[in-house]
Structures are given as C-alpha cells and as structure tokens.
Design a protein around this ligand. Structure first.
Ligand code: ADP
Ligand code: ZN
Length: 291
C-alpha cells in the first residue's frame, strides 16, 4: 500500500512516501515559509504519487476535535502567518484522500510504539527537547487529545537553588521549555548546546530539569516507558544523568520493577530520527481504516 507522510515542522516540512510496514521509499524536505507557498509545495510533491492516504504530524497548537469547525487547523501558534491555517482541509481538497492528523510529538510516539523498541506498549510518553519542548502521550492504547492535546513542554519547573536564570518561555518563564529547550541552553550559557558538549555543569543542570519532568510524568500518567528525542538529546551523556536524578527525586516512592531499571525505562528514540515520518505512515493507515 502506498501512503504519504508529512511531518510539518516550524522550520521544515518532511514529505515522504512509504507503506504500512513503516518502510520509507523516498523523502524530501521543504523549507517552511508562508502557509500558501509551503503547503502548495507539499501538495505538488504528493499530487501524482498515487497514494491511498496521508498522515500529517504537525507543530501546534492544533485542533484535533473532529466535532469542531476548525478541526485540522493550526490554531494559536505564535509562528508568524501560521495561526488559523486549515492544513488538513487544504491537503484533503487537493488530494481527495483520507488525511490522518495529530501533533508532531504524538506522531513520533506513534512511530515508536508501532515500529520501534516501544512496539506494543499501551502507555508511553515521547518528549522532544529541541527548539521547543513537546510531549506526545498514549494512554490505554489511545493517543491523548482530550480538551486539545497535552502541552507537557510547558509544565512548571522548580528552579534549582543556585540557578537565577529567568527562563526563555514568553508565557511562563521557567517552564520546562523555558529552562531546558535548545534556545534556553544557548541564552543561559552563551553558546549552542552542540558546542557545550564537554561542559559538565551544563548537562548536570539540564538533567535536573528534565528529571523533574520525568517525575511529573511518572506521577501523573504512569507510563510504561518514557522516550526522549529531539536535538538536545543527541547529548547522550544526558541519559545516565537524567536517570540518576530521577531516581534521587523519586525517593523510592514508587517501587515497581521499572523504577529499578531506569535504563530501560527512560530511553532514547529508536528509529534513527525517522520516528516522526513513520508515525505519519501509521496515522495514514489508521485514517484509511476509519474512512
Ligand atoms: P526542532 O526542535 O527545531 O525540530 P531539533 O530537535 O534538532 O529541531 O532541535 C534544535 C535545537 O536543538 C537547537 O536549539 C539546537 O541548538 C539543539 N541541538 C541540536 N543538536 C544538538 C546537539 N547535538 N547537542 C545539543 N543541542 C543540540
Ligand atoms: Zn512555557
């Protein structure tokens, strides 16, 4: 079965062709400029490819309520020009096929639980720590939407005692995104994360905030596993630090086999950065089944 996959990001759109097994046949990257220009370029790519359905995993916030008049819209994004854009409607009108739609992070999570190491898990969380922080959640086998969709990147942090940084989030200052996303690292330390690889204090503090997020996530959602992806998590030394601090902050409050084996509980993404696009393929499969 030939399927389309569109990973819609704030800086680029990845368009791909693949199938229901998660196999990717080809993919291209289109820079994200204005909605008209960008969406048209994506549609042009898919137009003559004879795909049966397409899945879109999109930056947000987006409207996922199928009963809403603005279902399939990018809603209140601060990204200039992109608020109130009917991305699903435009793609559906042009291609006339089923269009699956979810957040970028739910897409990556769906890729991991369908095709990755987390295959078969019913309760899991996927964090991306990059330009922003976002989290996708699956609970009892369903991607969580609820009122809108989780925005766990904006959970509030308790600043470390020695940390006076005011945070980078224009809405909350010291939320997780404000303290731990790539731009926060850059502003706080005066260099990009990549250039700070050998500065232990950078990653110790970074892990302090990510571990708080792990605790909140464990306490609220009780996931079977937490997957950490995104550019910042390419700093692999973060993983043991995050696990250690998570263990310390838990204070043995939860005593499950998973909490004794955090190495297999807090894990990196397993699909070579294809988890998002593979998740889109699954969104397409699921939408086809619905239609
Ligand atoms: P986006 O979130 O825009 O989709 P990424 O997940 O690649 O893209 O995140 C980009 C952010 O991650 C930037 O702030 C960048 O500085 C940071 N970043 C990218 N690669 C690394 C790395 N190897 N180490 C630390 N930080 C990185
Ligand atoms: Zn915030």
């Amino acid at each position: 079965m030939k399927l389309g996959a569109l990973e819609a990001g704030g800086t680029k759109m990845v368009c791909a062709l693949g199938d229901e097994t998660g196999k990717i046949f080809e993919q291209v990257s289109i820079p994200t400029t204005t909605p008209d220009e960008t969406i048209s370029a994506c549609i042009d790519y898919f137009k003559d490819k004879e795909i049966e359905a397409i899945g879109i995993a999109c930056f947000g916030p987006i409207d996922l309520d199928r009963n809403s008049d603005t279902y399939g819209y990018i809603t209140t994004t601060p990204k200039p020009g992109w608020a109130n854009v009917d991305i699903v409607g435009r793609v559906k009108e042009a291609l006339n096929i089923p269009v699956g739609f979810d957040t970028d992070v739910n897409g990556s999570l769906l890729g991991e639980v369908t095709y990755g190491d987390a295959k078969g898990l019913t309760d899991a969380v996927y964090f991306t720590i990059g330009t922003g922080v976002g989290a996708g959640v699956i609970s009892s086998g369903n991607l969580v939407h609820g009122m809108m969709h989780p925005e766990a990147g904006h959970m509030l942090m308790v600043p470390r005692e020695d940390d006076a940084y005011k945070g980078h989030c224009p809405f909350h200052g010291t939320c997780l995104e404000g303290m731990a996303a790539g731009p926060a690292i850059e502003e706080r330390w005066g260099a990009k994360g990549k250039e700070l690889a050998d500065r232990d204090e950078v990653w110790d503090l970074e892990a302090h905030y990510i571990a708080q997020a792990m605790i909140n996530c464990i306490m609220i959602l009780s996931p079977q596993r937490i997957i950490l992806g995104g550019g910042v998590m390419h700093q692999e030394q973060l993983f043991p630090l995050i696990r250690k601090k998570t263990e310390e902050m838990l204070h043995e409050y939860i005593k499950t086999p998973q909490m004794k084996d955090l190495e297999h509980y807090i894990v990196p993404a397993s699909l070579n950065d294809d988890q998002g696009i593979m998740g889109c393929l699954k969104l397409a499969v699921d939408e086809l089944a619905r239609s």
